[in-house]
Design a protein around this ligand. Structure first.
Ligand code: NDP
Length: 240
C-alpha cells in the first residue's frame, strides 16, 4: 500500500528530492512550501501523487489546520519530513536575539509543532515515521555556526528523546545529518563580519558558504534513497 508523506520546504533542495523519491516508489506526497506555486511542475507531472499546499512552518495554527486537512482527506500521514530550513553564518557576538529566535522557530519549534500535530494520528494507527532533517552541524560545530548548530543540536536532542518515547508505539524517528550539498541553502543568510577580531575564524566559513564551496557536493537524492531504504525495517533511533 502506498504511503502518504507530508514534506516541509518541498519546493527546493532536499525537500524536492524527498518528494521526487517518494513519487518514484508510488507514494503520495503532500508537498508543503511557503510558495506552493513553485511545485506546479511536479503537480502537473504527477497529479495523482503530488499535492502542493501552502505552509510556513513558523505558523503553528496553520500547521494544525494542514495536518487535520490531510488526515481528513487521506485518512493518515505515514511519513512526516521536517525538512524546511535555512543557513545562518555569523559571529555569535553579531547574531541578534531576533535572529536566534527566528532560526529556532524554523528549525526547532516548527518541527516540534508538526510532531505534536501528527503523533495522535500515528499513535492511533501504531505506525508512522518522522524524518528530522538535521545536519552534520547537529553533531559537530564550526566557527560562525553558533546559531545554526545551536538549533540543530536542539533538534537532535528532541529527536533522540522522541525516538525512545514513540518506538514502543510503532513509530520510527530518523535523524538525517547531511554534510555539504549543493542546494539553495548555501546561498543563504550570512551576517556581516564587521568585528575584525573574528576575521580569522568566522571569515573563512562565511566566504566558503557564500561561494557555495561545500566540501562534499553531491546529489541530495542519494540521501533520500538511503532514507527510503532504511524506512522499511529499521528500529529507532536511526541516524543517516
Ligand atoms: P534549500 O534552501 O534548497 O531548501 C530549504 C527549503 O526550506 C526551501 O524550500 C525553503 O522555502 C524552505 N523554508 C525556509 N523557511 C521556511 C518556512 N518558514 N516555512 C516553510 N518552508 C521554509 O536548502 P536544503 O534543501 O539544503 O535544506 C533542507 C534542509 O537540509 C534544511 O533543514 C537544512 O538545514 C538541511 N541541510 C542541508 C545541507 C546542505 O548542505 N544543503 C547540509 C545539512 C543540512 P523558500 O524557497 O520559500 O525559502
Amino acid at each position: 500500500m502506498s504511503k502518504v508523506w507530508l514534506v516541509t520546504g518541498a519546493n527546493s533542495g532536499f525537500g524536492r528530492a524527498f518528494t521526487e523519491a517518494a513519487v518514484a516508489v508510488g507514494d503520495v506526497v503532500v508537498a508543503t512550501a511557503r510558495r506552493p506555486e513553485a511545485l506546479a511542475d511536479l503537480v502537473t507531472a504527477h497529479p495523482d501523487q503530488v499535492e502542493a499546499v501552502a505552509l510556513d512552518v513558523t505558523d503553528q495554527a496553520r500547521i494544525d489546520s494542514v495536518v487535520a486537512d490531510v488526515v481528513r482527506r487521506h485518512g493518515r500521514i505515514d511519513v512526516l519530513v521536517n525538512n524546511a530550513g535555512r543557513t545562518h553564518v555569523g559571529a555569535a557576538e553579531e547574531t541578534t536575539d531576533g535572529e536566534l529566535r527566528s532560526l529556532f522557530d524554523l528549525h526547532f519549534f516548527g518541527p516540534a509543532a508538526l510532531v505534536r500535530a501528527v503523533l495522535p494520528h500515528m499513535r492511533e494507527r501504531r505506525s508512522g515515521a518522522v524524518v528530522q532533517m538535521s545536519s552534520m552541524g547537529g553533531q559537530m560545530t564550526f566557527p560562525g555556526f553558533s546559531a545554526y548548530c545551536g538549533t540543530k543540536f536542539a533538534l537532535e536532542g528532541f529527536s533522540d528523546a522522541l525516538a525512545a518515547e514513540v518506538a514502543p508505539l510503532g513509530i520510527k524517528v530518523l535523524i538525517v545529518e547531511p554534510g555539504s550539498f549543493r542546494t539553495n541553502l548555501l546561498g543563504g543568510a550570512t551576517t556581516s563580519d564587521q568585528i575584525a577580531d573574528y576575521a580569522d575564524t568566522v571569515g573563512p566559513t562565511r566566504r566558503a558558504i557564500a561561494a557555495g564551496d561545500g566540501d562534499q557536493p553531491g546529489d541530495p537524492a542519494k540521501g533520500v534513497a538511503a532514507v527510503l531504504a532504511a524506512l522499511a525495517d529499521v528500529n529507532t533511533p536511526l541516524r543517516l
